[in-house]
Write a protein that binds this ligand. Structure first.
Ligand code: SAH
Length: 263
């Protein structure tokens, strides 16, 4: 472990009675931060989501309690409000509580709501950031999020369908010279591509979808706004998947390095 300058706050061991909201990164355990690795190893109780890989779960002490908090599409093992209060209860038992989330806890992770409840109840906490899916996928799929020649901006949105549609700022998303990253978008992929074309992007605008980025099951399907929905269906991709829309997708052929499965 790297020696840390003594003036960094919160660098000590995990404290009993504290909740650590920790980002587990996109899958590859070597993408954990040093802080996450240390805190996970010191946890008395681990509350984790389905996106957290087994390799990362194996880092907890053998006698640590593990609580699965779910969060698959349509299958929430523990409702969010109960989960927030469970963290409070566990901390009050003087345990070192680690709330482990896929990617980064403050990027589509509802980390803010959990911390709000901890604050309201006066429970001490720390947030340990993680590599969010967009950053992990960009690196491992060879698709930079920005690029001097293609994209000067990058927008992260959720493609989660509410009442069968996505409530997004379509004119803002259907712009050239930017990259749009869609989390939780597999189910709404056809709708998403349709709307981006309807709001002005060309039908042959590059788009990609990456399955289980940074893991041995990583697989990328590339196409255009017109073709990607059918290509993704034929490929039978498995979640989690991340969608990338923009001209940076063209760089994949040149920049990819990580071995992917092909079917
Ligand atoms: N807090 C997480 C995101 C949680 S939302 C983060 O910062 O990454 C869950 C969505 O994240 C999934 O539906 C998927 O769109 C995306 N995602 C998470 N891990 C991924 C991975 N390894 N590969 C592709 N997409 C991933």
């Amino acid at each position: 472990m790297t020696p840390l300058p003594p003036d960094f706050p919160n660098r000590g061991p995990a404290a009993p009675g504290t909740v650590y909201l920790v980002g587990a990164g996109p899958g590859d355990p070597e993408l954990l931060t040093l802080r996450a690795l240390r805190i996970i190893g010191e946890a008395d109780v681990l509350v984790f989501d389905h996106l957290v890989s087994d390799a990362i779960l194996s880092l907890v002490k053998p006698d640590a309690e593990r609580i699965y908090a779910g969060k698959e599409r349509g299958n929430h093992a523990v409702p969010q409000e109960d989960l927030n209060l469970m963290l409070v209860r566990l901390a009050r038992q003087n345990l070192r509580v680690v709330r482990l989330k896929g990617g980064d806890p403050y990027t589509f992770g509802r980390g803010g709501e959990e911390v709000e409840t901890l604050k309201e109840h006066g429970v001490p906490f720390e947030v340990v950031p993680g590599i969010t899916a967009a950053a992990g996928v960009a690196a491992f799929a060879g698709i930079p999020l920005t690029h001097r020649n293609y994209a000067q901006a990058c927008v992260f949105v959720t493609g989660h369908l509410k009442d069968g549609s996505m409530n997004l700022d379509w004119p803002g998303l259907a712009r050239r010279r930017q990259t749009v990253i869609i989390y939780m978008g597999l189910h709404g992929l056809a709708h998403l591509c349709e709307q981006l074309i309807a709001h002005g992007l060309p039908a042959d605008w590059p788009a990609a979808i990456v399955q289980q980025g940074t893991t041995p099951n990583q697989r990328t399907v590339t196409g255009t706004l017109a073709t990607l929905p059918d290509l993704a269906t034929v490929a039978g991709l498995k979640p989690p998947t991340l969608i990338i829309v923009g001209e940076v997708v063209r760089l994949k052929d040149k920049l990819s390095w990580f071995p992917e499965i092909t079917a």
